[in-house]
Design a binder for this molecule. Sequence first.
Ligand code: AMP
Length: 285
Amino acid sequence: MEAYILSITSIDQMQEESMRLLQTGKTIVFVPTMGYLHEGHLALMREGRKHGDSLVVSIFVNPTQFGPAEDFQTYHRDMDRDISLAESVGVDVIFAPEAEAVYDKAYQTYVDLDMLPQHLCGPSRPGHFRGVATIVTKLFNIVRPQVAIFGEKDYQQLVIIRRMVCDLNFNIRVIGVPIVRESDGLAMSSRNSYLSEDERHFSLSLFQSLQQAQESVAQGISDARELINGAAELISSHPNTKIDYVAICDPESLEDVDRVEGPTLMALAVRVGKTRLIDNAILKP
Ligand code: AMP
């Protein structure tokens, strides 16, 4: 018999449902998303299904993590499709609150980290990770999960959430899921739907540059500057691409390194036309 998904928009109702689940001894697994679901999101949900009794997915395009010139208004939304996709992978509850209820007019409390947001995407997206840490804290308090699942696609976000969970003593196990890619290598993203046919083609340069760097590392090249230059050259050979950053850094502190001597994060952000795409890989000598 198929169980129907429960769709909740009220914060109070979500808190009551979580309380009910916890009181009956159930484990809550939580996958936060901004919706417009794709296979990357579904991989998180399938992973989540393995770790507890009740699988809760939030769909919320969080205004506080978008800058004034970013795509908050135009971010693609399709709740009906999202609900049926979530149902197909065994999600129990979809929590999709209204922005006005999450941030009322008098709202003034934010969660911020010292160092981690200063790297990678931080400088070009001021306030972004403050918005992320704040909404994830709020969602954790509403949903009360024991397990939360995040994608390695947003590597910096995952590191920040792990740090925050530790710093603020959330009793939550954070699980990271590897990047899900299209068959040609492009990392899946809700924002890929913005790309024209040409842009879709040029956006392959992100994955190709990561692959090229991994091959160079395997051949014994360890100089970060050389690897970064190689990636920048490959990306810039495609029209309509503008590099935001290409970085090689410590996978935990996100601080730049000079040499690839152990597992090292290579992360990049590139604007293809008007769409900002990110990707990353762990380089292994
Ligand atoms: P978003 O809806 O973009 O905020 O993403 C929600 C969650 O899905 C985040 O934890 C992302 O890292 C994760 N995610 C998005 N795209 C992918 C992907 N291609 N592979 C793995 N995880 C992903």
